[in-house]
Design a protein around this ligand. Sequence first.
Ligand code: SIN
Ligand code: MN
Length: 259
Amino acid sequence: MILNSSQLAQFERDGWLFQENLFSPEEVAVLMADVPRIYALKREEVVREKDGETPRTAFAAQYYSEPFRRLSRHPRLIEPVRQILGGDVYLHQFKVNAKAAFDGDVWQWHQDYGTWQRDDGMPDSRALNIALFLEDVTACNGPLMLIPDSHRGGVFDAGHDRATTSYPLWTLDQETVSRLAQEKGMVAPLGKAGSVLMFHGNLVHGSPGNMSPFSRTIVYISACHVDNHIRKFERPEWIAHRDFTAIECLPDDCLIASV
Ligand code: SIN
Ligand code: MN
């Protein structure tokens, strides 16, 4: 699947693009079937909420899950990124975020490239996120909130938040978020499982806690142009990958085809 010119223009203008029902219920079911096993694993890549139990995110799940390994090389996700970033891309980060029913905690306002630049020495913001909804995302289960067009202002000042949640993040202050939101508004793309949200590495985003009884599993692929690979290796490899090989896509039916 390749983006058309109006989709490309929208991504450039707004910093995000939402496509509903890009993956079928059958494909989503293949991925979701492995999620309980992944979150039950006692390994460092599976980060828990502050209660020490509730799963928050499973980093690098493509290393220890066959369906997610296939997804990390899926042409429906990777080809549009190659198109936007203008060439070969490698996998910088891969995570399956839980936002568990009742206990899923907040992600404070941030820009992903702010972290990739400061912590990983990524030279430029020639990188982006693709989020595939594995469960329906509604107004009630902690949807991702975005500030459209916030990606063109570069990297904003941020503080290193190690306290608010169980995962350290470079977060923006309330004054910056208020100024941007008053100017540009705020959106929360909602949709069925199988929908895909792409957003620029500099787009300001965050999500509230989930006090609903519905979990909100989303898998995030962060892809970077191969020429723009990271130069600093301070975070663990399973958070900021060091294999800068161009992703080679599998066939379009890779999730449902038998090996
Ligand atoms: C993120 O911004 O990295 C995750 C946010 C979320 O899953 O709600
Ligand atoms: Mn983020």
